[in-house]
Design a binder for this molecule. Structure first.
Ligand SMILES: Cc1cc2nc3c(=O)[nH]c(=O)nc-3n(C[C@H](O)[C@H](O)[C@H](O)COP(=O)(O)OP(=O)(O)OC[C@H]3O[C@@H](n4cnc5c(N)ncnc54)[C@H](O)[C@@H]3O)c2cc1C
Length: 428
């Protein structure tokens, strides 16, 4: 079987790893438009559930990801005029660059052909597609390096469209996929900073124009992610809509000066955005299948898009190992992933809506404000509130942290270290 993944993000690279692990005889190619080491964004967070899955599917890359990740063991909430409060919970974070480097290295070790600086444009030939492609192949071949890409796509038994939220492969057939894209109300920008936050921190500042806040966490010894968010009205009133990148960072550095310990903010992103919620009524078209953000996006307020993209890769790899024709395998993949995604997408929506209504909660006293933030999905029973109140004091908080750390260590001990779970196949 010949597989071509369009897009070398977490979904494409991890699926390439699993596809090759399942059957080393497969020809697996990843076409990534950027040069090696070039990507967007900063660090991403994840939790034990993803690590458990990664260890079950490929302990080798899982161990590398785990060893490279930063661990944090509570959330800190800071807001103008309020006491600092804490939320129970722990997690991990890792730079996107580092994650992609680990995955591409692992893919290449296994014999995946990872090709950088290979942008793919439509059309893709949909083998067995209900509607024929509308443009000739020569449109691809005419691009630099196009002949090689053309062959990779034309010869593929399976083309995985994992080219992100703005997927060109999907957009070119948006009517077939039933693509819908809606945008969140708030503005956000994904920045980095050399200020290493102690732990995952939410910081809210009240300015003359209204509230503006950040989600920040360390992801290595030298850097933290710093995502700034606010309503469009505050964004314009602070002139963030007009300032260039350097002046915009300077304005944010002065707003958040009390949080940054004199360190700068670094902007290497495409600027201020509105979150794009992508959904598709169907995920396959002949031998083309959507995966990761190309199929569905999940608001960053719950930090799960990378996890879901990698879990898509696991499910698609599983669906293909059962053998048989492609169409039912792709249907099974879509069906199972939709079911698994639904609760998290509801949570993500509730969470992003909480941030859109954030000013409504701003007058709450410190402990109730941070509790409202933690219960933004609206799912917690009463005991969580009582626990939250009691763990604002240092001794109960330290006890809870150490109990959670013990749980983290126990869970880590149960993870497999040796063989991957996917059986080795002999055929394609
Ligand atoms: C502000 C912010 C914070 C986030 N924080 C987190 C977090 O903490 N935790 C988390 O789990 N998730 C987080 N996410 C979500 C996460 O970044 C995405 O869900 C994840 O990257 C999706 O992976 P993917 O492989 O599907 O797509 P992508 O990572 O977008 O990768 C797609 C790849 O395809 C390539 N490509 C695009 N077009 C073409 C083309 N035509 N030809 C060839 N290659 C192409 C791109 O260059 C890219 O490398 C965050 C997102 C945002 C916006």
């Amino acid at each position: 079987m010949r597989i071509t993944c369009v897009g070398g993000g977490p979904a494409g690279l991890y699926f390439a790893v699993l596809a090759k692990l399942a059957d080393p005889a497969r020809s697996v190619t990843v076409l990534e438009r950027n040069p090696p080491g070039v990507t967007y964004g900063w660090g991403v967070v994840f939790w034990d559930d993803l690590l458990d899955d990664l260890f079950a599917y490929d302990p080798v890359s899982a161990r590398r990801i785990w060893e490279a990740a930063c661990q944090w063991d509570e959330y800190e909430v800071r807001a103008t005029g309020k006491d600092v409060t804490y939320l129970a919970g722990y997690g991990f974070s890792l730079g996107r660059h580092r994650l992609l480097a680990i995955l591409s290295e692992r893919a290449e070790e296994l014999g995946v052909d990872v090709r950088y600086s290979e942008p793919v444009s439509h059309p893709v030939r949909h083998r067995h597609a209900p509607t024929p492609p509308t443009l000739p192949h020569s449109d691809i071949s005419d691009l630099p390096g196009g002949r090689a890409r053309n062959a990779e796509l034309a010869d593929a038994d399976l083309i995985v469209a994992c080219d992100g939220a703005g997927s060109q492969l999907r957009n070119a057939d948006a009517a077939h996929f039933g693509t819908e894209i809606s945008t969140g109300a708030n503005k956000y920008i994904w920045l980095g900073t050399p200020h290493v936050f102690r732990t995952f921190t939410f910081g809210f500042e009240k300015t003359h124009a209204g509230w503006i806040w950040y989600h920040a966490y360390p992801f290595d010894d030298e850097t933290s992610t710093f995502i700034v968010e606010c309503t469009p009205a505050v964004w314009s009133a602070l002139e963030l809509d007009r300032l260039d990148a350097a002046a915009g960072c300077a304005r944010l550095e002065s707003i958040f000066a009390a949080h940054l310990d004199g360190q700068p903010l670094i902007n290497r992103s495409s600027g201020w955005l509105n979150f794009r919620r992508v959904t598709n009524q169907r995920w396959d078209n002949g031998n083309v299948v959507l995966m990761g953000d190309a199929a569905h996006t999940t608001h960053f307020a719950i930090g799960s898009g990378t996890k879901l993209a990698m879990q898509d890769a696991m499910e698609l790899a599983d669906s293909l190992t059962t053998g048989g024709p492609l169409a039912p395998a792709l249907e099974r993949y879509e069906h199972r992933r939709r079911a698994a995604l639904a609760p998290l997408q509801r949570a993500a929506r509730a969470s992003s809506e909480w941030f859109e209504r954030m000013p409504e909660y701003a007058d709450l006293p410190s402990i109730r404000f941070s509790y409202a933030l933690s219960d933004r999905r609206g799912e917690y029973p009463l005991w969580r509130y009582l626990l939250h109140v009691s763990t604002q004091r240092s001794v109960p908080r330290a006890m809870l942290r150490s109990a959670l750390n013990a749980r983290r260590r126990n869970r880590a001990r149960r993870r497999p270290a040796a063989e991957p779970r996917i059986p080795q196949l002999t055929g394609g």
